[in-house]
Design a protein around this ligand. Structure first.
Ligand code: G3P
Ligand code: MG
Length: 233
């Protein structure tokens, strides 16, 4: 019965500019079950971008919060793509997969929950279409709707991980791949936690994780997990 989910990291960022609608579409085309994207709250809007600064992923410079929303939305995030809003991501995915929203920065939980609830109440989405995660436990504790699935991101092994998971009522843990062991997977499963390591790109790494019985992986190259066809650029 083992299911092994493919989660496109920042969309399919091995192929397309990360966290863009183009990257998300590509991940779904390559057969990903879900997509992971990073969300920040800027001037009241949930924007999909990893860093607090613009330089690495756009043609802008400096901190996002120093720019107006209009100026941010005019930037090129790669191949002519714009920095998307979370709403645009929901509309693009359109229930063709689940969305793992990684909360970055602060005060993202409440507006993210409100948007999820709106799509569930008025657009026919279900709670299973969402997975909200973060390294930031305070943000996760601010996810007040108990039906929204939660994943706790873990950078390094800690004996107290399961306590943290319980405190934020996580149903999954998202550990860095390098320290995932058979023992950790067994322990997490015994506690009813699913395990989704980030980020597995090498075929040997993906095979090792399958062997360990994890529940899926984050990958920049969804086709390496799904066997989906890789198109020419
Ligand atoms: O959510 C998995 C992974 O995206 C966490 O790290 O830095 O890529 O957001 P990062
Ligand atoms: Mg992320």
């Amino acid at each position: 019965m083992s299911e092994f989910l493919c989660i496109g990291h920042r969309g399919a960022c091995g192929h397309e500019p990360e966290n863009t609608l183009r990257s998300i579409r590509r991940a779904l085309e390559l057969g990903a079950d879900g997509v992971e994207i990073d969300v920040r709250l800027v001037h009241g809007e949930l924007l999909v971008i990893h860093d607090a600064k613009l330089g690495r992923t756009t043609n802008g410079q400096g901190y996002l919060v120093r720019k107006s929303l209009a100026a941010l939305r005019a930037l090129d995030a790669g191949r002519g793509e714009r920095i998307p809003t979370l709403r645009e991501v929901f509309e693009t995915v359109d229930r063709r997969g689940f969305i793992n929203i990684e909360l970055k920065g602060r005060r993202t939980a409440q507006p993210t929950c409100a948007l999820i609830q709106e799509f569930i109440q008025t657009h026919g989405w279900h709670y299973e279409h969402f997975l909200v995660s973060s390294f930031n436990r305070a943000e996760l504790r601010a996810v007040t709707d108990p039906q929204i699935p939660i994943g706790l991101l873990l950078t390094r092994p800690t004996r107290l991980y399961s306590l943290s998971a319980r405190r934020v009522r996580a149903s999954a843990v998202h550990p860095a791949v390098r320290w995932v062991t058979a023992r950790f997977v067994a322990d997490a499963h015994r506690r009813g936690l699913r395990v989704f390591p980030y980020t597995a790109n090498l075929p040997t790494e993906i095979a090792r994780l399958r062997e360990l019985g994890v529940d899926g992986v984050f990958t920049d190259f969804p086709e390496r997990v799904t066997g989906g066809e890789e198109r020419g650029m």
